[in-house]
Design a binder for this molecule. Structure first.
Ligand code: SF4
Length: 566
């Protein structure tokens, strides 16, 4: 059989796609559909591969004939001599049939079930490569232009995407900056959306013929987007009704795994793969092994979902789940809110995970049904349920009631310590925001700790989406909005929802560290240079721990501010 990862050396470094992909490109971008744009010819090595295949087919036929002849001869010999027993083919075939029956009746993990369904197979096993159908492809301003470039290069300048309603484009990364190339990226997305007639584009501006230019003369705290802007893609996807149980979501961003909270297979892919998905709706995926995290008990006062995932990554290491699925289930998982599950699934990639996934329950249904109805997106879905006899490559029971406020120290998310043991780490900056730590519930917990206090260090608040800005400006505590309460406490709150300094960005990005400093952050990644200056240090923590640390100016367990056990 042809190696599916055959490398086409003759075509040079640009020709890195799997040969199955190349053959599909050669035949047309969908089975039974003619190729749009200029048809591509098979390169020399692919022709050779086909010739090899036909050669191997004839060899196989010769092998079968020889085998049958030898078997019949040996059986005759046995009958004549009665010295040796005949080759037990029948018995082997029977045992083989039994084994396949047993295999067919064995359970699959949630990820295996999703990939089997998306690949139209009865079952799949870890390590197997399977072509899956895509339900949603998401891209943003950083990777969108590159993905579009790959799509046009491979499928032709006039090619059309495989499905206009299954591509979701959300500019969110380098938006509120005067960097002209970043602004131009948003324009490239808009032009592509217009050309293709895509249904879901959450533009920064309202004018479909306009150009995005950030006005740096205005305050960075003041809103500069139109009515369609959605904010950080991973938080916006569920808010806008694009996450559905049982589906496959690919996104050109590593934290796409966040949507696993909704019982779907969601993972980040590169521009080349995304360009291929854009043209065909399909992708070849190696089924990952599954690591099992059974959550029991309930979170204690002052402890958040962020502490759970930092605890788990500390346990297995920041590469402990490399190319594996992380399945979170058990009574503790079902006790978590959807926001909590999103935080945990989001950081599966920080342990190297292919995806994170939670079971489907009433909470999932309630949120998905509400959001799809609100936005008029596809509302039908079929979740995958937990089997009794799943097979895992790793098992860990996590008692949520034993977890304490946790910090991941510089320089990677696996450097776990307890917040209460870190008073010696003095800080220059605090940051709350991002897909992981910028949801409404994150800001409410942040505000609950800050209530009645002032921050001692520079503290930045960046809500993940405009909807969250709206929530914080309308939720009232003691006659004041939570937003105003945070501003009074000294937090620099911006209405310009987005990724902001979570990924550093151009030097004028709000909250970016432009000199070496120590920052405690509710974001998800702390590799050197992640939030700006390469000599800075980032300490990852929950919004509650960020608030307590901002009050004291050194890393602090939030229970020291709010009282233990309250
Ligand atoms: S907020 Fe941070 S982690 Fe989330 S998508 Fe943006 S840059 Fe990535």
């Amino acid at each position: 059989m042809v190696n599916p990862f055959f490398t086409c050396r003759a075509s040079g470094p640009a020709c890195r796609v799997p040969d199955v992909t190349r053959e599909t490109l050669a035949r047309g971008n969908r089975a039974g559909r003619p190729t749009r744009g200029k048809p591509k010819k098979l390169c020399g090595p692919l022709r050779t591969a086909r010739e090899t295949l036909s050669f191997k087919t004839s060899s196989f036929v010769r092998f079968v004939v020889q085998f049958v002849w030898l078997w019949r001869s040996s059986t005759d010999l046995c009958r004549e001599t009665d010295l040796i027993r005949p080759f037990p083919v029948k018995m082997l075939l029977q045992e083989g049939a039994e084994a396949s029956k047993l295999l067919a009746s064995m359970g699959m993990t949630l990820t295996e079930k999703l990939l089997a369904r998306a690949g139209k197979k009865a079952r799949v096993t870890a390590g197997e490569a399977v072509w899956v159908d895509t339900d949603v492809l998401m891209t943003h301003d950083v990777c969108g232009p590159g993905t579009i470039g790959v799509f046009k290069r491979e499928f032709g300048k006039t090619a059309k995407v495989w499905d206009k309603e299954k591509i979701v484009i959300i500019p969110d990364h380098y938006i509120f900056t005067s960097d002209s190339k970043s602004n131009r990226n948003v324009d490239i997305l808009r032009e592509f959306v217009k050309e293709q007639g895509l249904k879901y584009f959450y533009d920064v501006i309202d004018d479909p013929d306009g150009h995005w230019i950030y006005d740096s003369t205005k305050s960075p705290l003041q809103r500069q987007y139109g009515s369609q802007f959605a904010g950080v893609c991973h938080t916006a996807l569920p808010q806008k009704g694009h996450t559905r149980p049982g589906e496959v979501l690919f996104g050109t961003d590593s934290h796409t795994c966040m949507a696993g909270a909704f019982n779907q297979f969601a993972t980040g892919i590169g521009n080349t793969d995304a360009g291929f998905v854009m043209g065909t709706g399909k992708l070849l995926i190696k089924v990952p092994e599954t690591m099992h995290f059974r959550l029991e008990g309930a979170l204690q006062h002052g402890v958040m979902a962020k502490d759970v995932i930092l605890h788990i990554i500390g346990e297995i290491g920041f590469d402990g789940a490399t190319y594996r699925a992380m399945q979170f289930d058990g009574p503790g998982a079902l006790g978590l809110t959807m926001d909590d599950r999103m935080t945990i699934a989001n950081m599966a990639i920080e342990a190297g995970g292919k995806n994170g996934i939670f079971p489907f329950d009433e909470k999932t249904k309630e949120m998905v049904d509400y959001r799809t109805k609100l936005n008029g997106t596809k509302s039908s879905y079929t979740p995958v349920e937990i089997d009794n006899d799943q097979s895992f490559c790793y098992d860990l029971v996590v008692d949520l009631s034993k977890i304490e406020p946790t910090v991941a120290c510089h320089p990677d998310p696996g450097q776990r310590k307890k917040a209460r043991d870190m008073h010696d780490v003095t800080l220059d900056r605090a940051y709350v925001g991002s897909c992981t730590g910028g949801k409404t519930s994150d800001f409410l917990e942040f505000a609950r700790v800050l209530k009645g206090h002032k921050v001692k260090i520079d503290t930045f608040g960046v809500p993940a989406t405009p909807e969250i800005v709206g929530d914080l400006q309308t939720i009232m505590w003691d006659g004041r909005s939570v937003w105003d309460m945070l501003v009074d406490a000294g937090v620099k709150m911006t209405e310009n929802a987005g990724c902001s300094a979570c990924l550093g960005g151009p030097t004028d990005t709000f909250g970016r560290m432009n000199s070496p400093m120590k920052c405690i952050s509710a974001t998800n990644r702390n590799f050197p240079g992640r939030m700006g200056h390469k000599d800075s240090q980032i300490f990852l923590a929950s919004p509650a721990t960020v608030a307590a640390s901002a009050i004291n100016g050194y890393i602090t367990d939030p229970r020291e501010i709010t009282g233990y056990g309250k």
